[in-house]
Design a binder for this molecule. Sequence first.
Ligand SMILES: NC(=O)C1=CN([C@@H]2O[C@H](COP(=O)(O)OP(=O)(O)OC[C@H]3O[C@@H](n4cnc5c(N)ncnc54)[C@H](O)[C@@H]3O)[C@@H](O)[C@H]2O)C=CC1
Ligand SMILES: O=C(O)C1=N[C@H](C(=O)O)C[C@H](O)C1
Length: 250
Amino acid sequence: MSKLRVAVLGAKGRIGSEAVRAVEAAEDMELVAALGSGDKLETLVETGAQVAVELTTPASVMGNLDFCVRHGIHAVVGTTGWTDERLAQLNTSLAASPETGVLIAPNFSIGAVLTMKFAEVAAPYFESVEVVELHHPNKVDAPSGTATRTAQLIAAARERAGSAPQPDATVTALDGARGADVDGVPVHAVRMRGLLAHQEVLLGGEGETLTIRHDSLHHSSFMPGILLGVRRVVDAPGLTFGLEHFLDLN
Ligand SMILES: NC(=O)C1=CN([C@@H]2O[C@H](COP(=O)(O)OP(=O)(O)OC[C@H]3O[C@@H](n4cnc5c(N)ncnc54)[C@H](O)[C@@H]3O)[C@@H](O)[C@H]2O)C=CC1
Ligand SMILES: O=C(O)C1=N[C@H](C(=O)O)C[C@H](O)C1
């Protein structure tokens, strides 16, 4: 069987360098390009890359994906910064290249994907729910893509269930004290030396609380998800948002 020809964009970054090693170690894949900032995207075409793993920055991701989709190169995307406008733009590019697949995964770790699923299931059963994400201090965006997605899933589940708005008597608050409002769910971001990527979903009801916590302790936690994404995206034309769709969790 021929090996999948894989490129990594953001290859010198924290997760990108780990992804380079994971692709190199995968028996069914060949690393054909490892691109950093300033490297030419034409290399992807010259090396015959079939899948690009996109792990750069919110500022770079759209340009990189536009190139990949125009050249029929599938993409597995971990980079954050996704808005409705950006997703619409990507869908427009994909419509012109209907055989190309793009997976955007807010988080590649199995534990984080399950945290999102468990939070979505639990949210309608509690009056209160807030998300706290904790990351290393070099992270450039807040709140994290994972926390944003978690809050969106929670909000959608509560809306489907007809849940009442969350109780909150706050009248005066210092700016930011109640976190960011993501679809009505407060999201708090902690940046601290010593941490990598962590999240708690706090749920509260009459006389009880439930905490769902996930910790990524090393970038290796993201690698099985990236490799799964690479293997599956070649047979998944269009946009897939969330690794759960490749884990048959839905
Ligand atoms: N979905 C997931 O499971 C995960 C997602 N991430 C996300 O991945 C992204 C990268 O995270 P880190 O590795 O921590 O950041 P980083 O800053 O360590 O790495 C980003 C790398 O991309 C490079 N870069 C910038 N523009 C580029 C371009 N046009 N072409 C090629 N390379 C370019 C930078 O020079 C840098 O080396 C962030 O958005 C982060 O939130 C990080 C970990 C897990
Ligand atoms: O920047 C990071 O490190 C991470 N980014 C992603 C996010 O914003 O959710 C995934 C994970 O939390 C690590």
